[in-house]
Design a protein. Sequence first.
Length: 103
Amino acid sequence: MPFKLAQGDTGSKLRATCKNDNDGTVIDLTGATVHLLWRDAAAALVTKQMTIVGAPAAGVAEYQFAAAELFPPRMAFRVRITDAGGKILHNLEHLVEDVIKAP
């Protein structure tokens, strides 16, 4: 059974390995800031800083959701990387996650 996010959870995390779409190589996040972007239930843009996990050269970032940030049935996310030189990269396709309704 695939993992699903749940409405109201505060322990749910979204983890992404940032890779170059052209050749699949990992993007080195040294000196970078990484943000997770999505639209909330009212369609307002939400931008939250992600945490770089482990060695920045491994390209892994994650975000832990707050209680009111997840809503069913499905959410789409983008990752934005701003490198040390100020260049900005976005993922080309949304990361789509199912969100189950709180009991």
